[in-house]
Design a protein around this ligand. Structure first.
Ligand SMILES: CCCCCCCCCCCCCCCC(=O)SCCNC(=O)CCNC(=O)[C@H](O)C(C)(C)COP(=O)(O)OP(=O)(O)OC[C@H]1O[C@@H](n2cnc3c(N)ncnc32)[C@H](O)[C@@H]1OP(=O)(O)O
Ligand SMILES: CCCCCCCC/C=C\CCCCCCCC(=O)OC[C@@H](O)COP(=O)(O)O
Length: 218
């Protein structure tokens, strides 16, 4: 169990996109060129997000995930080996204390953490209001937040209708938001700022992309 295992996991998972006929169009790479630990926040539509995540995952970066994933067979084992931090959402007190510990581990072990601040998968067409954990994490560790937005999957993937075509996903990496000097009093405004940046970015990249490359051949 070590965050370094993410390098191998990343290089294996990156091949899955070819089987699904997905392409990624990434902008803002320069914003990930930040030294040391940081917290990445991104929108969460589906387990497909794992493919985009692995496409751009920086070194020494792992994720916060719901603890149920440990029991998901091979996927659970891979998550465990990659040093994923598991939280129990049914016990918010426990989840918060795991994240407080994580803010220390990030600094001690020079680890970056990826959090889905919506806290659940969401395909409503707007981002859900953000949970506060990711922001406490960044403020407690005094590290920057890097917001990342994945465009809507709705033009090629409709879960309820069981429709899946090949398509292009736009990923936009936004400039980092510094948290140096901020305290827990600043969390509401930090969340507000992050939410508005990400939601408007989500709407603009989701409207401007000709997503579907046509029906999937397989
Ligand atoms: C082919 C095969 C390939 C396989 C390949 C596998 C590859 C492997 C990839 C895996 C990829 C994984 C992907 C997983 C993706 C998910 O599992 S998403 C679901 C799990 N993640 C999350 O839920 C993260 C977001 N949630 C949070 O951050 C939540 O805040 C928490 C930490 C769960 C707490 O929940 P909550 O108490 O309901 O939350 P919230 O309303 O935000 O806060 C309540 C109060 O607690 C306070 N609080 C919250 N957090 C804190 C804190 N850390 N410190 C102090 N106070 C806090 C708040 O300030 C608030 O108090 P007030 O300010 O209102 O007084
Ligand atoms: C037509 C098929 C479209 C789906 C294809 C998916 C292919 C993805 C390939 C490999 C990734 C597998 C890793 C799965 C990790 C799943 C993480 C996840 O998404 O957990 C759910 C959690 O965050 C939120 O849970 P809830 O929405 O609250 O319950």
């Amino acid at each position: 169990r070590d965050v370094e295992n993410m390098r191998l996991i990343r290089s294996l998972v990156r091949h899955v996109k070819y089987f699904l006929g997905l392409r990624f169009d990434v902008s803002g790479w320069e914003h990930l060129q930040t030294e040391g630990p940081y917290v990445i926040i991104s929108n969460h539509q589906s387990s497909l997000d794992v493919l985009g995540l692995m496409e751009i995952l920086p070194d020494r970066c792992t994720m916060i995930a719901k603890k149920e994933l440990i029991y998901a067979g091979t996927v659970g084992l891979i998550c465990w080996l990659g040093g994923i931090v598991f939280i129990n959402r049914k016990k918010p007190n426990d989840a918060r204390s795991v994240m407080i510990d994580a803010s220390k581990t990030m600094l001690d072990d020079k680890i970056r953490l990826w959090v889905f601040p919506e806290g659940t998968r969401n395909q409503t067409g707007n981002l859900l209001p953000f949970k506060k954990g990711a922001f406490h994490l960044a403020v407690q560790a005094q590290v920057p937040i890097i917001p990342i937005v994945f465009s809507s999957y709705s033009s090629f993937y409709l879960r309820k209708q069981k429709q899946f075509n090949s398509g292009t996903i736009t990923i936009k990496i936004l400039p980092k938001i510094e948290t140096k000097g901020l305290t827990s009093d600043d969390i509401p405004s930090l969340i507000d700022k992050s939410f508005h940046l990400m939601n408007s970015s989500f709407l603009s990249i989701s409207n401007s992309v000709p997503h579907s490359n046509g029906p999937c051949k397989h």
